[in-house]
Design a protein around this ligand. Structure first.
Ligand SMILES: Nc1ncnc2c1ncn2[C@@H]1O[C@H](COP(=O)(O)OP(=O)(O)OP(=O)(O)O)[C@@H](O)[C@H]1O
Length: 487
C-alpha cells in the first residue's frame, strides 16, 4: 500500500488490528522523512488484521465493529478503541462528523444497531443504560452528570473500583436508562456538549482527554422462566492523541496535558505488553486511571478491537510508526471471549417456591387418584438396581410388564433398554453391569435426545415392525433390534 504519498491528505484513517500482514512500502527512500536519521530503515512490516484505506464510515463499521456490537447483545463484553496521533481522525472515526448523516461514526451506528437488533429479538427483554466518562489529566469526569438530579460529585468523588461478580466500574459515574435510539443519541450529544463546555470553562483542550462511552446491556429470556440473565458492556473508547513532546514545543498547560497523555498511553502500552506475555501473571492495570478503568475491557473475556488511526504524510512517519508498533503489540494480546451469565437470587427463590408448590399439588393429586407411591426425588441405588432387574426379567420373558410409576422410572427403564441393545451389538451380551446401569441412568437425557439420524438408523423398517408385532410377547428370544419398536 502506498502509505507515504504526500498527495493524500488522509490515508485512510483506520488500520485495524488482528491477524494479517501490513507492509509499509519497500524501497521508498525518497519518502523517508528528513528527521528520522537514526533509523536506516525504509521499510517496516507489522502484523495487523487489515488496513482500511479511504473507506466510508459505513464500511468501517461493517468490517470492524458490527461483530463486536452484536456480540454485546449476546452477552460478550466488547471494546472498540481508537488510538493514534493528534488529528489522525480518532474522534471522526468514533463519533463522526456532524456535517452529514452519512459521516456519523462508530458510536451512533452502534446505538442504531443495538436498538434495531433488540427489536428483532422478541424472545428477550433487554435493558440498556449509558455512561460517558472522560479522563483528563488523571481526573475522572462524568460527562452526563448534568442530567441527574442528584448532587454533583466532585471529580475526587469518582473512583475506579472492582467488585466480584460486577467487575470493574466507576463508583459515582451516572448510569442512564435508555429505551430508544433517539434517547441514546440525545445522551451522546449531551455528553459531547458537556465535554466542550467543560473544556471552555476550565480552559483546556477537549481533545486532550480520553473518553469512554459505555453501553451497558442486560438481557433476560421472556420465554423461559430461568434465573439466568446475561449482561455485557460495550466500551467505545476515543483515546487522547499521542504526540511527541519535543515536536510541538508545547509548554505550560499544553505541556502538562501532553505529559499526562503520554504517561497514560505508555501505561496502556505496558499493560498490553504484560497481557500479551503469557509468562507474566501480573498486569499493571492500576498505574493509571485509564488502564484501571479498562481493566476488564482489554483482554480477558472481552472482544477487543483496536483501530489505529494514522496519517498518510511522510512528515508524520515517526508517529505513524509508533502507532503501528503499539497496534502490533495489541495483536499479541490473546482474549478469551465468554458470555457474562449471572443468576438472579430473587428468581432462584421464586423458582424454588414454585417447585415446592407444584410438588404439593402433585402429591395432593396423587392422593386423590390413589397413587401415593409416586416419588419425585432422584432414584436411589436400590431403586436403580430394582429397575435393572425388572428390565432383565422383562427381556427374558419372566416378567410380563413393567408398571409405570414415575417419569424418572420411565427414563431409567429406557436407559436400560439402550444399554441392553448396545451390549448386544458389541457382542458383550447381558447381564449389564451395575456400574453401567448407573451411568446409563445418568445419561438418560442423551438417550431421550438422540440425534435424528441415529434414531432413523435404529428404527426398523415397516416389514420388521410387522414381524415384531406379530410375535407373541413373552418367551420369544430377545432381539435387540426391536427394542426401539417397543419404545
Ligand atoms: N476520514 C476522514 N475524512 C474526512 N475528514 C476527516 C477524516 N478523519 C478526520 N477528519 C477530519 O480531520 C480533523 C481531525 O480529526 P479528529 O478530530 O477526528 O482527530 P483526532 O485524532 O481525534 O485528534 P485529537 O487527538 O486531537 O482529538 C477533523 O476536522 C475531522 O473532521
Amino acid at each position: 500500500y502506498p502509505i507515504y504519498n504526500n498527495t493524500l491528505m488522509y490515508i485512510h484513517k483506520c488500520v485495524l488490528v488482528k491477524f494479517s500482514h501490513f507492509i509499509i512500502p519497500n524501497g521508498k527512500r525518497d519518502l523517508k522523512p528528513q528527521d528520522s536519521r537514526k533509523s536506516q530503515l525504509s521499510s517496516w512490516s507489522f502484523q495487523l488484521a487489515g488496513i482500511l484505506q479511504d473507506v466510508s464510515q459505513e464500511e468501517l463499521y461493517a468490517r470492524v465493529c458490527r461483530r463486536v456490537v452484536l456480540g454485546a447483545l449476546d452477552g460478550y463484553n466488547g471494546t472498540l478503541m481508537c488510538f493514534g496521533q493528534t488529528g489522525a481522525g480518532k474522534t471522526y472515526t468514533m463519533t463522526g462528523s456532524t456535517e452529514s448523516y452519512k459521516q456519523r461514526g462508530i458510536i451512533p451506528r452502534a446505538l442504531q444497531e443495538v436498538f434495531q437488533e433488540m427489536a428483532k429479538r422478541t424472545d428477550y427483554a433487554f435493558s440498556v443504560h449509558l455512561s460517558y466518562l472522560e479522563i483528563y489529566n488523571e481526573i475522572l469526569v462524568d460527562l452526563l452528570s448534568s442530567l441527574q438530579d442528584l448532587p454533583q460529585l466532585s471529580p475526587r468523588g469518582m473512583v475506579v473500583v472492582e467488585e466480584p461478580g460486577r467487575g470493574v466500574f466507576i463508583r459515582g459515574l451516572s448510569l442512564h436508562p435508555v429505551h430508544s435510539e433517539e434517547e441514546a443519541l440525545n445522551l451522546l450529544f449531551e455528553g459531547e456538549m458537556n465535554r466542550i463546555i467543560g473544556s471552555h470553562a476550565l480552559n483546556r483542550n477537549s481533545s486532550r482527554s480520553h473518553c469512554i462511552f459505555t453501553v451497558h446491556i442486560e438481557s433476560r429470556s421472556r420465554t423461559l422462566s430461568v434465573a439466568k440473565y446475561v449482561t455485557s458492556k460495550l466500551n467505545l473508547v476515543d483515546l487522547a492523541g499521542s504526540e511527541r513532546l519535543g515536536k510541538t514545543g508545547s509548554e505550560g498547560q499544553m505541556f502538562k496535558e501532553a505529559m499526562y497523555i503520554n504517561k497514560s498511553l505508555s501505561f496502556l502500552e505496558q499493560a498490553i505488553l504484560a497481557l500479551a506475555d503469557r509468562r507474566r501473571d501480573h498486569v499493571p492495570f492500576r498505574q493509571s486511571k485509564l488502564t484501571h478503568a479498562l481493566k476488564d475491557s482489554l483482554g480477558g473475556n472481552c472482544n477487543t478491537v483496536l483501530v489505529a488511526n494514522i496519517y498518510g504524510e511522510a512528515a508524520q512517519i515517526e508517529e505513524t510508526l509508533s502507532t503501528l508498533r503499539f497496534a502490533s503489540r495489541m495483536m499479541c494480546v490473546r482474549t478469551n471471549p465468554a458470555v457474562n451469565e449471572h443468576m438472579d437470587p430473587a428468581q432462584i427463590k421464586k423458582l424454588q417456591k414454585d417447585v415446592h408448590m407444584l410438588k404439593e399439588e402433585l402429591s395432593f393429586y396423587n392422593t386423590l387418584v390413589n397413587r401415593p407411591r409416586v416419588m419425585y426425588e432422584p432414584l436411589s441405588e436400590a431403586q436403580l438396581a430394582e429397575i435393572h432387574s425388572q428390565v432383565q426379567r422383562y427381556l427374558k420373558g419372566s416378567l410380563e410388564e413393567i408398571s409405570i410409576i414415575s417419569i424418572r422410572q420411565v427414563q431409567a427403564v429406557f436407559a436400560q433398554f439402550k444399554l441392553a441393545v448396545q451390549s448386544k451389538r458389541q457382542g458383550e451380551g447381558s447381564p449389564v453391569s451395575k456400574k453401567r446401569l448407573e451411568s446409563a441412568s445418568k445419561s438418560k437425557l442423551n438417550f431421550v435426545q438422540m440425534p435424528e439420524r441415529e434414531q432413523e438408523s435404529q428404527e426398523p423398517d415397516t416389514e420388521s415392525q410387522d414381524t415384531q408385532e406379530s410375535q407373541p410377547p413373552g418367551n420369544e428370544p430377545f432381539n435387540p433390534e426391536y427394542v426401539y419398536c417397543i419404545i
